[in-house]
Design a protein around this ligand. Structure first.
Ligand SMILES: NC(=O)c1ccc[n+]([C@@H]2O[C@H](COP(=O)([O-])OP(=O)(O)OC[C@H]3O[C@@H](n4cnc5c(N)ncnc54)[C@H](O)[C@@H]3O)[C@@H](O)[C@H]2O)c1
Length: 242
């Protein structure tokens, strides 16, 4: 499905990133995996993954210059999936602006603004290029005690809607908003609230798997989503019904 196509995945060595990279390489994509984790290449080097089609960059995508430097050799880029993010609580307490808000905005949204800017020309060389930004249930309904995170995930939706209108039909830009997915990221909040309380608000009565998010991202990258742009797809077991 993705033979001859280059797809960038940020947050690639995280819980959702690994099954996504596995899917994309299995389907023929050349994947440029980016993650701030210095162990990311080892994590992605698992037996089920075709590493011959994988390039790993350890980077936090701090600024436009570092994004451009990483990808300056790439003349054609078909896809970008932005999974990089951190989920950090806040309390609107003194010092949270610098200690939480700034790093949360940087890791979740500022980085993809710079990354998109630096690869836009390469995306426009492809016909029907694809961008998938990963937001969250936290934006849809607001996560108490995670104000900066909720704001960052909302910023991604605004960014996607603006870009979708600007770039159609050349680049299609959509958002996936996961609910409670079984990776390390939500484990602290699940432990704090109790698994029964969390499952009690999910109509499907279970956590989602990382691969169930990866499959929706695959659909948005693939030929079957050719008339979809500017949308937010909830992958949350039915928590948000609208
Ligand atoms: N797991 C869930 O329940 C859930 C729910 C809603 C939204 N999400 C979103 O899905 C995405 C992936 O989540 P996950 O469960 O795989 O989390 P994860 O923590 O397993 O993976 C996130 C990855 O992003 C990387 N990262 C963090 N900051 C970075 C930066 N500045 N540059 C590059 N890489 C960076 C981390 O090293 C990590 O590998 C995140 O954006 C998260 O907010 C997850």
């Amino acid at each position: 499905m993705f033979e001859g196509k280059t797809i960038i995945v940020t947050g690639a060595s995280g819980g959702i990133g690994v099954p996504l990279v596995r899917r994309l390489t299995n389907l023929g994509a050349r994947v440029i995996a980016i993650d701030v984790n210095p162990d990311g290449a080892d994590i992605l080097g698992s037996p089920n993954l075709d590493t011959s089609k994988l390039i790993y960059h350890c980077s936090g995508l701090e600024d436009e210059a570092s994004c451009s430097a990483l990808l300056e050799q790439e003349s054609h880029i078909y896809g970008l999936v932005h999974l990089a993010g951190i989920f950090v609580p806040d309390d609107m307490a003194s010092g949270d602006t610098e200690a939480v808000y700034d790093p949360v905005m940087s890791a979740n949204v500022r980085n993809v603004y710079g990354l998109y800017t630096s690869i836009r020309k390469a995306l426009l060389k492809e016909t029907s290029a694809r961008v998938v930004l990963v937001s969250s249930l936290a934006f849809r309904r607001g996560a108490p005690g995670h104000t900066a995170y909720s704001a960052a995930k909302g910023a991604l939706v605004g960014m996607a809607r603006s870009l979708a209108r600007k770039e159609a039909p050349n680049i299609l830009i959509n958002v996936v908003a996961p609910g409670f997915i079984d990776t390390t990221m939500p484990q602290k909040i699940i432990a704090k609230r109790g698994i029964d309380a969390v499952l009690g608000e999910i109509p499907m009565k279970r956590l989602g798997s990382a691969d169930e998010v990866a499959s929706v991202i695959q659909f948005l990258l693939g030929p079957d989503s050719a008339y979809i742009t500017g949308q937010v797809i909830n992958v949350d077991g039915g928590i948000i019904c609208s």
